[in-house]
Design a protein around this ligand. Structure first.
Ligand SMILES: Cc1cc2nc3c(=O)[nH]c(=O)nc-3n(C[C@H](O)[C@H](O)[C@H](O)COP(=O)(O)OP(=O)(O)OC[C@H]3O[C@@H](n4cnc5c(N)ncnc54)[C@H](O)[C@@H]3O)c2cc1C
Length: 447
């Protein structure tokens, strides 16, 4: 290993080594999973996380496909024990039409979940540590220097009150820094997508909100845990809204075009959020008995982006650090897990035979682009624009397990966002036999 020039930093919470095989930036689902997978195989992994877990995070709805990745990392047992809310399916009220899907009809043997992300993400991070990854929280990576024979990762260690700088040399660096997209920023490879499909999100949390079950009837908050909720999604004139019932609180958020709140300050945006929730049909009923949690308002600005450079001989960008698509189909955490799984494989093989590093990086990048294109075709009507290759996506569609494709196909009838997904499915000859039959049309909701 190259002799490091900067001494490792001794801090209250343990010494950050001067070198390692793999350095992971960020301890969200992507970073924790790739760290767990590599550490499990005996690889020397260091993960630097700028926050201190549990830290708040949005994205509470998980579709059932995620279990196969949790099985790979070995985290499934811990997730099962955590007692998250099992959800029954989804209901959407989109431009006046109500649709419902129930996971039980697809033959999934394990549940979809509504998770408190602070709890879920901490669990994954602890799991990575238990697999042998060296985790250092409150350490923020500033930049990665690719000038030498190996990447040198520069960080600011904020533990113990005093901020001090340091650096660590590694063979592979994996950027899992989420929306910060550290390497994409450094490479200037981050691209925003077409302005018509560029969104921001405003959300907050309510206590005591009613929730909807899969039969379309609503229940009081006290029934959560006894009756399975669905994720409820409704369109409104400016975008769409989610309602996700958690154990104590309900997460409610708007997704709207970035132009919609231009010129508003933060308190005006919060007011816009609250007023929209109050006057949106169905949601107004669910929130009637609820109390909004003061100081729970959050926002994520303009977030539909992708990076044109994902994997190279000694770097990988995964999860939200690689791309982000509108969250309507709950693909974010799944994408993070998928990217982590592909990257662990590529890095593992590259460590065994470094002469093939470039080849593994290229294969991994192709896989990640397939998944990104798949998610994007589902969620964004304007498919086929920059950054997406239709043939790669169709290749991916053919390789997806039938039950997963059928669920996505059924889900794609719940909004009016998926016409390109339908076209790709048709052109790939995958529509036969998997009709929208499992998307049920409903006359009305009993709220
Ligand atoms: C409004 C909204 C709603 C969503 N809803 C859903 C949903 O219902 N279901 C779903 O599956 N997905 C959803 N998502 C997406 C989901 O939240 C993300 O895709 C997921 O969190 C990505 O995981 P990640 O590990 O890539 O990034 P993150 O979870 O963001 O983790 C990145 C980590 O990196 C750390 N970090 C950042 N910069 C640095 C640095 N410089 N140095 C060290 N550490 C750093 C951060 O502190 C963070 O802990 C939603 C997203 C948004 C914006």
């Amino acid at each position: 290993m190259e002799a490091p020039g900067t001494a490792g930093v001794m801090a209250m919470h343990g010494e950050i080594p001067q070198g390692c095989d793999v350095l992971v930036i960020g301890g969200g689902p992507a970073g924790s999973s790739v760290a767990a997978l590599l550490a499990k195989d005996g690889i020397d992994v260091v993960l630097l996380e700028k926050a201190r877990h549990p830290r708040p995070q949005v994205g509470e709805s998980l579709i059932p496909h995620f279990w196969k990745y949790a099985d790979q990392t070995g985290a499934s047992g811990l997730i099962e024990q955590a007692g998250f809310i099992e959800k029954a399916g989804g209901i959407s009220a989109w431009n006046g039409k109500i649709h419902r899907i129930a996971f039980a009809e697809f033959g999934f043997t394990r549940p979809a979940l509504h998770v408190e992300r602070d709890v879920f993400d901490q669990l994954l991070l602890n799991h990575a540590e238990n697999q042998g990854a060296k985790i250092h929280q409150q350490v923020a990576v500033n930049r990665v220097d690719f000038g030498g024979s190996r990447p040198r990762v520069h960080y600011l260690d904020k533990r113990g009150g005093n901020a001090c700088e340091g650096s660590i040399v590694c063979r592979y660096v994996i950027d899992a820094s989420g929306a910060s997209a550290l390497l994409a920023g450094q490479f200037k490879s981050r691209k925003l997508i077409d302005s018509r499909m560029r969104f921001l999100s405003l959300w907050g949390y309510y206590e005591n909100a009613r929730f909807i079950a899969s039969d379309g009837a609503s229940h009081p908050a006290a029934d959560i845990g006894k009756v399975k909720p669905v994720t409820f999604v409704t369109s409104f004139e400016d975008g769409w809204i989610w309602h996700i019932a958690l154990r104590r609180l309900t997460s409610v958020g708007l997704v709207i075009n970035t132009d919609r709140t231009r010129g508003m300050n933060r308190s005006e945006r919060e007011r816009f959020f609250l007023e929209t929730c109050r006057r949106t049909p169905h949601l107004d009923r669910l929130l009637e008995p609820a109390e909004y949690q003061d100081n729970s308002f959050c926002e994520r600005p303009d977030y539909s982006y992708y990076s044109t450079r994902l994997c190279g001989e000694n770097f990988y960008c995964i999860g939200d650090a690689a791309s982000f698509v509108d969250p309507i189909y709950s693909h974010g955490v799944l994408n993070a897990f998928y990217n982590a799984s592909m990257t662990a494989l590529a890095v593992n093989e590259s460590l065994k035979d470094p002469s093939r590093s470039a080849r593994h990086a290229q294969l991994c990048e192709n896989r990640m682009r397939q998944f990104y294109g798949f998610s994007r075709s589902l969620a964004l009507g304007e498919f086929g624009g920059d950054g997406v290759d239709a043939q790669l996506v169709q290749h991916f569609m053919r390789s997806v397990p039938k039950v997963e494709l059928e669920l996505m196909l059924a889900a794609s009838f719940m909004s009016e966002r998926s016409e390109n997904f339908h076209r790709l499915i048709r052109e790939a000859g995958l529509d036969r036999g998997s009709s929208p039959a499992r998307t049920h049309f409903m006359e009305r909701l009993e709220l």
